[in-house]
Design a protein around this ligand. Structure first.
Ligand SMILES: Nc1ncnc2c1ncn2[C@@H]1O[C@H](COP(=O)(O)OP(=O)(O)O)[C@@H](O)[C@H]1O
Ligand SMILES: [Mg+2]
Length: 325
């Protein structure tokens, strides 16, 4: 058997006395598109944070291509090929899509002092444009981020996070806050782009239709533990998954073309967004974003266009990432 690109062995993480992750075992084969499902607070983001180096596990090991990378900081992991996106896009709202992309690229190539000198650099602009083309959002190049629909912002955010051409991409709810109409297009573009590059993807998703359509494999978490792992069909048929994750009622569910509350309650089978407030922890565990190879501490854009309720999470996130608001 070939070495998995990612392996987690016995990952545990406690906050105070509370176990957000307790003994997660996971092996991801190269080229897979793994959907991570689980109710609010199940430990999904915590798992991603540990793999991306934004959190250190209390116990357990993370292996990347067979090498122990446990506790390695996110910047070093980014240089090795692990990138991630956050639930709330980390973008400069008052700049254009192209300028945002150029910023991400210039941060990769140059030390900080030279970043701005690359603006006006034609080669950089061409590179940024090509990156937007890859995600099918080049038509928005000259639009201000604040004017873009949430789905396009998500794609731009992911395009920026993956500017360093990572081999493993971790996406925290790529369709949260995205309208039902836009969701499939967002996922279609991501899947096509990552397939074309042979990129391995682990994505957290609440919409079971999306999971079924795009995940080659599904991992279900409850109380910080993997309760099912297999094909979408296998995992959906699992008794506890059906009862606890898929079947649970969704409080305050919005059904029509709504943009989602970012961290929904239980899963929605038809893509309706859940309006329940996120648990306190989901605020604190979204660390200040360190992009692939150290991208900009940008101003998170979570407003305009979507109906997200301000939550403690967003406030913390905005402060932590130094966004002037
Ligand atoms: N930094 C933190 N401090 C305290 N509790 C946290 C922290 N991060 C997460 N938690 C708690 O850990 C549990 C799992 O959180 P999280 O991984 O964000 O869940 P999910 O992404 O599945 O919704 C939740 O109960 C959350 O409140
Ligand atoms: Mg989460």
């Amino acid at each position: 058997m070939t070495v998995p690109i990612l392996e987690c062995r016995g990952i545990a993480k406690s906050f105070g006395g509370f176990a957000a992750a307790s003994g997660i075992d996971l092996a991801v084969e190269e080229g897979a598109m793994v959907g991570v499902i689980g109710s609010n607070g199940a430990g999904k983001t915590t798992l991603l944070n540990i793999v991306s180096g934004h959190l250190k596990p209390s116990k357990g090991k993370v292996f990347f291509r067979g090498e122990d990378v446990t506790g390695m900081p996110s910047r070093r992991l980014a240089r090795r090929g692990i990138a991630r996106s956050f639930q709330v896009p980390q973008l400069f709202a008052s700049a254009t899509a192209l300028d945002n992309m150029m910023m991400a690229l210039s941060l990769l190539a140059r030390p900080r002092g030279e970043i701005l000198s690359r603006f006006g650099d034609r080669a950089l602009e061409a590179e940024a444009h090509a990156a937007l083309v890859e995600y099918g959002i080049d038509d928005t190049a000259t639009s201000l981020v604040s004017e873009l629909p949430q789905g396009t912002r998500k794609l731009l955010d992911i395009a920026m996070a993956t500017a360093a051409e990572p081999s493993l991409v971790l996406l925290d709810e790529p369709t949260s806050g995205v309208s039902n109409e836009e969701k499939n297009e967002v996922m279609e573009r991501l899947a096509a782009r990552f397939r074309a590059h042979g990129t391995t993807v682990v994505f957290i998703e609440h919409d079971m239709d999306i999971v079924e359509r795009y995940a080659t494999r599904v991992v279900a978490l409850t109380d910080g533990t993997v309760i099912a792992d297999g094909t979408p069909q296998e995992v959906f048929a699992h008794d506890q998954v059906a009862r606890v994750i898929i079947g649970a009622p969704v409080p305050g569910r919005v059904t029509e073309g709504a943009s989602g509350g970012a961290s929904g309650g239980a899963m929605t089978a038809s893509g309706g967004a859940a309006g329940s407030p996120p648990s306190p922890g989901s605020a604190a565990n979204e660390p200040s974003p360190t992009r692939a190879a150290g991208a900009p501490a940008a101003q998170p854009v979570s407003g305009g266009g979507d109906a997200l309720t301000p939550s403690p999470g967003r406030a913390v996130n905005a402060n932590a990432s130094g966004g002037a608001s």
